[in-house]
Structures are given as structure tokens and as C-alpha cells.
Design a protein around this ligand. Structure first.
Ligand code: GLC
Ligand code: CA
Length: 549
């Protein structure tokens, strides 16, 4: 049976460490989440995706896991997790967990055993190789820290790490490792979770013999040999079987995935995922990674949106997102901090009316923006340090810091701004990380007060979507593709259309509708300004019109 409940839903993503501190130690936790469940529900979302909650040394803030079947003591315990899960369910919210199985922490007991010798029960849990003529086993790069190999004297061998040194890659070719993955899935599904977001899942099968890669993109040598690898569909089919025993769904993360490759996971005989996070629309102001900046280009953004809308329509289901814990804040990149309210609310409209399942990242709904810390030493994200120390080394420190300000994942990881009291109402203790000084202006309480706030617009859009067949199921068509200022698209379902008009301009623009609707009166159902003017769009104005045939 084809499950489709996830198609009608919207999700809120929680990166728990910075969400809300319930016990005053300066770190967000499950006590805090429990208290804020009514707030989450009030947004009009239908589910929560938790970034990893598991014990972790935090070399990559939760994405380096040392125990898959437990909760990090900073965040609570299994009992508190169950409380949150049950309460979420009773509010009608689904809960999905992050499943991070491309790698573990180097402090995971499997790795601690594996590195001891070449012949213990765990020795083949990871990808170990001898050096080649006194050199590394191959030329692959780590995406987070130098080369992809780290030497281990106990075994006199190297282990592979596509991410940080403290994130050794699991050997998925070992059937025992796959059994472990299934057992982790069952552990959480038996507790009642509703699905998984599967971290870099397209990387888990490595090419046989791990061949040297041709230089591909800077610092990503080897990528073609571990992305969409030879056994990926077999392994995912095994995991899929587990999920089929439960009423749950699977969402894969597919870095640098093309529509073609995404469709191979989402449709046909290899269907192993219900949804995929793809990245094309994250590169409208950069080249492959936010650290390689270029000026924001609306046409690239629109092109990426439309490409995925077209490719998946009728075949598979899209994910819609503008932010998560891996990207800087969207107002600071595609919007405009000087037009904070207008651009933040326009951005909500521009993606929430596309076809797919939307995700809203904590703080996005109140328009949080990038933080600008003075020195690289104040940043904690491993990939920000890597970028800073790998690229553009000849530039001045100021220039390199500017790039960090525009690109760091830490900008998405500053504590949530709840109100204008001390520490933004995030904690009564000492916050674990810097709070963006703009919290006095940008916070949930202030957004609740203002009539046309970003928060209120998110609520209206999410509520509208849920109750509208055309917003949920309609076909997508883009207009004015060449415009550098407007993003215009139509959704059509049965006898109804929605027309979405978004201005990315800092100036007012003339607007006289698209040809096919000219002279016809549509019903304006959403607008981010109180008094829309006929024939004109204000800076960053967004409108949604309903038309009936
Ligand atoms: C994913 C996660 C990211 C993490 C990486 C390695 O891209 O979203 O936060 O650093 O995988 O696990
Ligand atoms: Ca806490």
C-alpha cells in the first residue's frame, strides 16, 4: 500500500542544543522541547524532525554518535524522550529521528574495539586499509578535515573518514553492520517514532577497491566513488523492509544529488526512500558550498526550484526547505536583513506554495539571521574551521572572516530567540554558545505582537496549504523565468489555480499579472503587506491569488 500521509504534512526541525533549555544548564534539551510543544503545534506543522539526540562527543554536534540507542545526557534520557514522543503524538504531531549510519563517532564502542586489532569481532566494522608505498591508501579528501584517511598505530592501518577524523565511516559491505543498522531502526520504531531522516545516506556504499579519484571539486576528491555506490540500492532495500513492518516513512539526505539520481531512490524497482533532501536551490549564491561565494542570483534559485518541481511531478514527492542546521540563515542570503520582515515573510511564501512536504527550521519562522563573531576561534563548527583553513588562504583575515560570516553553519545553531529578556529567554543559565545580539528585536514574543510578522505569515501559509487541494496536489508552472526580480508561479488542480508572486526587489515594481489571468479577478488570499496596491509590488512583497475556472 502506498502511504501518503507524509505528503500532506509540514515538519519543524529541531536542533536541540539551541532550541530551549528546560533545566537551566545553558543547553537546550528534551525538557525544553516538552514545554514548547504547544508552540510548535501552533505553527501549523504536523511533525518534528529531531537532529541527533544521541550520546555524542560533539565533534560534529550529534552527527558523531557514540551510542545509537540512548539519549545524550545533556538532553535528557530515554524516559524523557518517551514523554516528549507521547505528548507530541497526543497533539497530532509525528516525530522522525535522524539516522546517521554512514559513520559513527571514533568513541563508539564498535570503533574502540575495531581499532584494537585486525582480528576481533569488530575489526571489519569500519573501512581499514594498508598504506600504499608509505602513502595514504588513496587520494580521497575528507569533506571536513584534510585527507580522508587517518593512521592508527594499533593496527598499523588507516581508517576512512569522509567527514571529520572523529567520524570513521562504517563498512556497510559487512552484513553485521547492516544488522546493527536495522536493530537501531527497530529500537526507535518500537518506541513509536514515525520515520527517519537518513543522514548522507547516498554515501554508504563505497566503490570496490576504493580507486583514486580524478580531481572533481576542490576538497572532494573521491566523491564519485562513494556517492550512489555499487550496492546502495541493495542495502537500502534491506532497511526499507524494516520500515515496511511499521507505519513510518524514510527521508534521505542526498548531497549533490541530481534529479535523475534522486528518482532512482524515490521511484521504480529500487524505491527505497519516500523523500529526498536535495541541494540545488542552496547554491544560488555559492558554488557547491556556501564558503565559495558568488552574488545571489534569483534566476539560479528559480531554475533550481523549477527543475525539481518538474522532474518529480507525478513521479515522486518533493521536499521543500530553505534552512536547516547545515546552512546559514536564508534572510541573510536570499533575502535582505534591511528588509527583514518583508523579505523573511516573502521567502516563506516563495517555497511553501510549491508541491512537496515543507520543512521549517527552528528560528526560520521568526526570521533569525546570521551571527558575525569576531574571530574564527569563536566558531565551533568543524566544517567552518576546515573551510577557513583550506580555501582562499592568501586573502586577508578580514576577507576570510567575511566568508565565515556568510557561510558558517554556526549561524543556524545560535540559541533560539524566544523573547527580549536576558539570553533571549533561551536559558536561565549560561548559554552554551553565543546568542545573536539582535535578539532584542528578533524574537518569538515580538513576532507574536506584530500583526504582519514573519511568524504570523508562516502560520497563515501553513494553515492555508493544509486545507487546499491545489496547494497540496496542484501542478506547477513558472512564469517570467528571465526576470531577475520576480518569482512567479502557478499551481493548478482540477478547476482551481493559485498564482504566487514574489518580489526579490528592494524597490517597488509595476505588476500587471500574467497574460492568461489579465483582466480576471482573482481572490487575494495571502499577502505580506497590510494594504496591497493595485498594479504595484512593494519591496519583497509576496502575494497568493486564487482563481477558479
Ligand atoms: C549531514 C548532516 C551534517 C553532518 C554531516 C555528517 O550532512 O546534516 O550536519 O555534518 O551529514 O554527518
Ligand atoms: Ca539543559
Amino acid at each position: 500500500m502506498e502511504k501518503d500521509w507524509y505528503k500532506k504534512m509540514a515538519f519543524y526541525q529541531i536542533w536541540i542544543r539551541s532550541f530551549y533549555d528546560g533545566n537551566g544548564d545553558g543547553i537546550g534539551d528534551l525538557y525544553g522541547v516538552y514545554e514548547k510543544l504547544p508552540y510548535i503545534k501552533s505553527l501549523g506543522v504536523d511533525g518534528i524532525w529531531f537532529s541527533p539526540l544521541y550520546p555524542s562527543p560533539n565533534a560534529d554536534y550529534g552527527y558523531d554518535i557514540s551510542d545509537y540507542k540512548n539519549i545524550h545526557p545533556d538532553y535528557g534520557d530515554l524516559e524523557q524522550f518517551q514523554k516528549v514522543l507521547d505528548e507530541a503524538h497526543s497533539l497530532g504531531l509525528k516525530v522522525i529521528m535522524d539516522l546517521v549510519v554512514n559513520h559513527t563517532s571514533d568513541e563508539h564502542p564498535w570503533f574502540l574495539e575495531s581499532k584494537k586489532s585486525r582480528d576481533n569481532p569488530y575489526s571489519d566494522y569500519y573501512i581499514w586499509r594498508d598504506g600504499k608505498n608509505g602513502k595514504l591508501p588513496n587520494n580521497w579528501d575528507s569533506l571536513f578535515e584534510g585527507k580522508a584517511w587517518e593512521y592508527c598505530p594499533e593496527r598499523d592501518q588507516y581508517y576512512l573518514h569522509i567527514f571529520a577524523k572523529k567520524q570513521p565511516d562504517l563498512n556497510m559491505d559487512n552484513p553485521k553492520v547492516r544488522e546493527e543498522v536495522k536493530s537501531i531502526m527497530r529500537f526507535w520504531l518500537d518506541r513509536g517514532v514515525d520515520g527517519f531522516r537518513e543522514d548522507v545516506i547516498t554515501f554508504i556504499s563505497k566503490a570496490d577497491n576504493l580507486p583514486d579519484g580524478p580531481p572533481f571539486i576542490p576538497a572532494a576528491n573521491g566523491l564519485p566513488f562513494y556517492k550512489d555506490g555499487p550496492h546502495i540500492h541493495e542495502y537500502l532495500a534491506e532497511f526499507r523492509k524494516v520500515c515496511e513492518e511499521y507505519d513510518c516513512f524514510q527521508l534521505g539526505e542526498g548531497p549533490m544529488t541530481s534529479t535523475r539520481s534522486a528518482l532512482s531512490y524515490l521511484t521504480g524497482k529500487h524505491k527505497s526512500l519516500d523523500l529526498m533532501f536535495h541541494f540545488d536551490h542552496m547554491f544560488a549564491d555559492c558554488i557547491f558550498t556556501e564558503y565559495m561565494q558568488r552574488p545571489f542570483h534569483l534566476r539560479s534559485l528559480k531554475h533550481a526550484f523549477s527543475k525539481w518541481q518538474k522532474a518529480l511531478n507525478g513521479r515522486a514527492w518533493n521536499t521543500l526547505y530553505l534552512e536547516n542546521h547545515d546552512h546559514p540563515r536564508v534572510i541573510s542570503r536570499y533575502g535582505n536583513e534591511r528588509y527583514h520582515r518583508a523579505s523573511g515573510s516573502m521567502l516563506a511564501v516563495c517555497y511553501l506554495f510549491q508541491q512537496g512536504t515543507p520543512f521549517v527550521y527552528q528560528g526560520q519562522e521568526i526570521g533569525m539571521t546570521n551571527i558575525k563573531l569576531a574571530s574564527i576561534d569563536q566558531y565551533v563548527d568543524v566544517s567552518s574551521h576546515n573551510n577557513y583553513h583550506t580555501f582562499h588562504l592568501k586573502d586577508s583575515v578580514e576577507k576570510r572572516m567575511e566568508r565565515i560570516h556568510a557561510s558558517s553553519r554556526d549561524s543556524a545553531r545560535t540559541p533560539m530567540q524566544w523573547d527580549d529578556s536576558k539570553n533571549a529567554g533561551f536559558t536561565t543559565g549560561k548559554p552554551w554558545f553565543y546568542i545573536n545580539p539582535n535578539y532584542r528585536k528578533i524574537n518569538v514574543a515580538a513576532e507574536e505582537e506584530q500583526p504582519f510578522s514573519i511568524l504570523k505569515l508562516y502560520r497563515r501559509c501553513l494553515r492555508y496549504r493544509k486545507n487546499s487541494d491545489v496547494a497540496l496536489w496542484g501542478d506547477y508552472k513558472e512564469y517570467d523565468r528571465l526576470s531577475n526580480q520576480l518569482y512567479v508561479y502557478k499551481r493548478t488542480y482540477q478547476q482551481k489555480s493559485l498564482l504566487i508572486v514574489c518580489s526579490f526587489s528592494t524597490h517597488s515594481l509595476k505588476w500587471h499579472n500574467i497574460k492568461e489571468f489579465r483582466g480576471r479577478k482573482g481572490k487575494l488570499v495571502i499577502c505580506n503587506y497590510p494594504n496591497p496596491v493595485h498594479g504595484m509590488l512593494k519591496p519583497y512583497e509576496a502575494r497568493v491569488y486564487e482563481y477558479k475556472e
